[in-house]
Design a protein around this ligand. Sequence first.
Ligand code: ADP
Ligand code: ZN
Length: 662
Amino acid sequence: MQENKENKQNSENNPPKKNMNKNIFWIYGGIIAGIILLQFINFKPTAVEIGWRELNKLLQGNYVSRIDVINRDFAEIYIKSDRLDTAKSITNSTNDLDAKGPQFKYVITSADKFDEKIAEAQQNLSVNDQPYIKNIKRKDIWGDALGWVLPLLLLVFIWFFMFRRVGGGGGGNNIFSMGKSRAKLFEGSKIKITFDQVAGLEEAKTEIVEIVDFLKNSEKYTRLGGKIPKGVLLIGPPGTGKTLLAKAVAGEAEVPFFSMSGSDFVEMFVGVGASRVRDLFAQAKAKAPCIIFIDEIDAIGRSRSKRASFNSNDERENTLNQLLTEMDGFDTNTGVILLAATNRADVLDSALLRAGRFDRQITLELPELSEREAIFRVHTVGLQIKNDVNLNLLAKQTPGFSGADIANVCNESALIAARQDKDKIDHQDFHDAIDKIIGGLEKRSKVIKPDEKQRIAYHEAGHATVSWMLKHAQPLIKVTIVPRGRSLGAAWYLPEERQLSTKEQFFDEVCAALGGRAAEEVMLSSISSGALNDLEKVTKQVYSMVAFFGMSDKLPNVSYYDSQGQEYSFTKPYSEKTAEIIDDEVRIIIEQQYARAKKIVVEYNGKFELLAQRLKEKEVIYTEDVEEILGPREFTTDARAVIDGVKKMRDEKKNNDSGVKF
Ligand code: ADP
Ligand code: ZN
């Protein structure tokens, strides 16, 4: 993306920062050099150091005119001007003596002894010839100064380097701008990204189009007293276009766009993050209406530890608190909208998701077949491609690719073609580019191999079939085999509005959740790690059935639930023996439901196979596909209404991803 053009405002405000920084270093260096130089100048090389024997000779020979006793440490000896030459020979000094003096220097070891010795040495001299002796206290300014200036300078240097280090790369940082936000500003009129450049993501786009309208015509909404949302959270794996979408909002609304990464707030120095948050919001308010985009918000928004623990990160919590304060503080109608992106919504602090903060959440998924084709189309617009390039085929060859990966493929294909001096990019170049990128992706284990795709299709078809055949399982809305996180594919169910769950409902839900693994075992005679999420969910649910709801045969009507949530934090409220029974009961229930799921898969084997086949082809299927293959299922009128509504919305390309996933 065109990220280099935007630092406009920053550089307008403080263009010479980087230079100034360098100058400061030169100035400090100069000062140090100066001090050292002065030290040398101050040192008088002309004064020859002599011992007592020479001094005694000089005194007795009546050469000395004056002795300055400096700090009682050493004596500076001045020779009578008419006797300089002879004095030189007495002391064996080779250099000519300086006329001005002092010519000699004598280091005093004991001040009292020195006085005595001097008196003794000049006994024979007449009073007039006796040298003039003066005690002088002399301050060695430079020596003293050096004593404290040097360590200070050293400290300053160390600080400088530390801060530079910490500042790490981000342009023009020094100590004085630590607390400034490092947000990049994109001027609205310069952002050329529009929704047309965002392919697929129809659901996300319909939700976010509203934000553009809020920014453009805020009066329309506030006129009636409504409040404009403050924050929108974009959740999705890396490269699915979260930044792109946020930029497109700014581009469509033609408002400025502040972009910052969550990790930019975090420093090792206390208070820096909070002050950066303050600064960011102050800047944004000055530019309102505008958008603040915080990428990787989980870097600051991780849930705060409930108990004070030893490794709690106070600085991060301060930063988060400041963010919450700012979000509460700004008036909704100032026209600042905060967009944030994360791929881990589960670790975010619940305070962030509360109403009035990030109360809107938009989930982006890895693109499915048709979306991948659309992304290919967007990214081949500027490329010279040959007629034989089949975008649909390319989309089929790139399961598991994110939008960013596809953008990468397109760019790479152009480079490959250019390397061979071709006029146009042909299909083979795209092939080669895909191969190349898969190589990189395989290391990150994102790419799906054909046999894996088969397994995922069976797994998800298993969920679909089993849940379809169970009376109490939640109604199915959508199944995909596009991987998400660590799970293989996903199935969305319509969560029922119910306050109570019966034992039968629990059993059916557990059975449906085990349907994926059951299908893998039945069809492939082997199981995989792809069922992790399912198993986690099932285990939790069955444990709560047994230990909390009293629904097992051996432990009926007891609950070890602690509604205060404190008492049992260290000890369990039941004996070891009961613990064993709970474990047994959980295992038995899961075993039973697993067997039940397998039985359903076997029983509907033919239809199940058809379903898996269709899933493999289309990558996403909806209720009506399942209905067509497995036959009608009984729905409550409410559920039926929702399913029909979803279908209608989808027909208008506006379907919504709400619901629970298995
Ligand atoms: P994220 O912020 O989710 O990690 P980005 O928005 O930075 O991902 O996406 C990186 C690049 O991938 C974009 O600049 C764009 O070129 C491409 N890209 C991702 N998703 C899409 C999409 N849906 N349509 C078109 N291009 C996309
Ligand atoms: Zn599953």
